[in-house]
Design a protein around this ligand. Structure first.
Ligand SMILES: Nc1nc2c(ncn2[C@@H]2O[C@H](COP(=O)(O)OP(=O)(O)OP(=O)(O)O)[C@@H](O)[C@H]2O)c(=O)[nH]1
Length: 431
């Protein structure tokens, strides 16, 4: 308990968080008033969702990939699309956008089914007496890209950490809170961990790895997760050593489980059995779970197991409520996730990302304005894309996802802002 309290102090995300702290920690930025050099809203460097007729539907996404959902995708690019949208997203761009949205809607639809199952168990926090409350602290540990954030996101049900195709995107510990019935589980997502410090030239990475190791034993349950597809196709001896080290001996104060992740990527199921066989004799692991943290396969069993481990103890966090500050944070997370998805170079790490305006409008919709500040002309070009196609793509996908999460109409504006002091821009006199 004491250890858990110490641990909490090191985490960033809490209930009723101070927005300034969160935004600084996540994006080195805080809400600002728009800068005087802002681009006009009709420029290529701006995405404004009001330029696109994204159909409004009050119906929740359907539980399967059925005709209704397909119609929504079709509607987005059908006859009702404005001429500007058509111009921007024609040809190849149009096709890719259609597919990306279809995938997003499919995932939203599938996720909904899982949520529906659990609706009756969710709590508003006011009904469970303190003496009846149960709690559990869970750490998730694994190599970079193993899928720690995706699993945390799936279990907690909101965006708590940016998930991307890059490694080491989790630069801090993030807590996600899952409260169901009388039980609350707090998740701690450790940074990418390696057994070998060699190859990490930067001090901060080394410090991060050391901090991850030192916190490992503080959790009541430790999830050791690895990418089974990678293990089958390109095994990494460091990952094998991590699993073996964690499974060598059981410790009385902590239960450890092995999560064989990304099973959706493995075509031959007998390959999965071979991997399970490989690690089956490690005494430190109480259970093995085959999961897809992203798609959700096996996650229900894992969640059930965790619920059963909870101990009688008052909750540490208020149950999750969608406060405005949480919504603001989610809006930044969702846009950042899309940025990382679509800009595959090192660029996203150099781009400053700010929430500059948030308004709940009279019609119940939310207007969200965010700015990207780039240092170099090259970064600007990549971020914006041809005729604004890239920033538009990021914007449309983020807008759609935010609307699904908030269950409200969202008017998202993404704008590129040039860095005032940057030599690259000054020399070329570029916008
Ligand atoms: N197909 C598939 N992809 C997954 C799954 N879980 C995670 N991914 C993908 O794997 C990549 C890495 O996932 P993350 O959750 O960011 O991994 P992480 O372990 O938190 O990574 P670091 O932050 O670098 O430590 C992302 O592109 C995810 O979409 C899964 O179950 N199936």
């Amino acid at each position: 308990m004491k250890a858990f309290k110490i641990l909490r102090k090191t985490t960033l995300l809490r209930h009723k968080p101070n927005p300034t702290t969160i935004f600084r920690a996540f994006f080195s930025a805080e809400p600002l008033t728009p800068e005087p050099d802002s681009q006009p809203s009709n420029s290529d460097s701006t995405f404004d969702s009001s330029h696109y007729e994204i159909p409004i539907s009050n119906d929740p996404p359907k539980p399967t990939w059925n005709e209704g959902v397909r119609n929504r995708v079709e509607g987005l690019f059908g006859d009702e699309v404005s001429s500007e949208a058509k111009r921007k997203f024609k040809d190849e761009e149009y096709e890719r956008k259609r597919k990306a949205l279809a995938k997003a809607l499919l995932e939203a639809a599938l996720n909904k089914e899982e949520e529906d199952d659990n609706d009756d168990e969710e709590t508003d926090g006011g009904v469970v007496k303190e003496e009846d409350q149960k709690s559990l602290s869970v750490g998730i540990i694994g190599a970079p890209n193993a899928g720690k954030s995706a699993l945390t996101n799936y279990m907690v049900g909101t965006k708590v950490a940016a998930v991307s195709r890059k490694t080491n995107t989790t630069t801090h510990e993030v807590v996600g809170v899952l409260t169901k019935g009388d039980t609350q589980i707090c998740f701690f997502d450790t940074p990418g961990l390696t057994l070998n410090y060699a190859g990490f030239p930067y001090r901060d990475v080394k410090a991060r790895v050391e901090s991850a190791w030192s916190s490992v034993n503080l959790y009541e349950v430790l999830i050791v997760i690895f990418d089974v597809h990678r293990h089958i196709t390109r095994p990494d001896s460091r990952v094998t050593r991590l699993i073996q080290r964690m499974g060598e001996r059981s410790i009385p104060t902590q239960k450890r489980v092995l999560c064989i992740n990304k099973i959706d990527l493995v075509e031959k199921k007998k390959d999965l059995l071979k991997v399970a066989e490989e690690f089956k004799d490690l005494p430190g692991f109480e259970r093995h779970f085959m999961i897809s943290g992203m798609k959700g396969a096996g996650v229900k069993d894992l969640t059930q197991y965790l619920m059963e481990q909870a101990v009688q103890r008052p909750w540490e966090e208020d149950p999750f409520t969608m406060t405005e500050e949480v919504m603001k944070m989610i809006s930044l997370e969702v846009v950042r996730e899309r940025l990382l998805d679509h800009v595959h170079q090192e660029i996203p790490y150099d781009i400053e990302h700010r929430l500059v305006d948030w308004k709940e409008l009279r019609d119940g919709s939310i207007r969200i304005e965010q700015h990207f500040v780039t240092n170099k002309l090259g970064q600007r070009k990549i971020l914006i894309g041809k005729n604004g196609s890239k920033i538009g793509r990021i914007g449309i996908e983020a807008n759609e996802e935010l609307r699904t999460i908030f269950k409200k109409q969202v008017h998202l504006i993404l704008q590129h802002i040039k860095c005032q002091r940057c030599v690259d821009y000054t020399d070329l006199g570029s916008p």
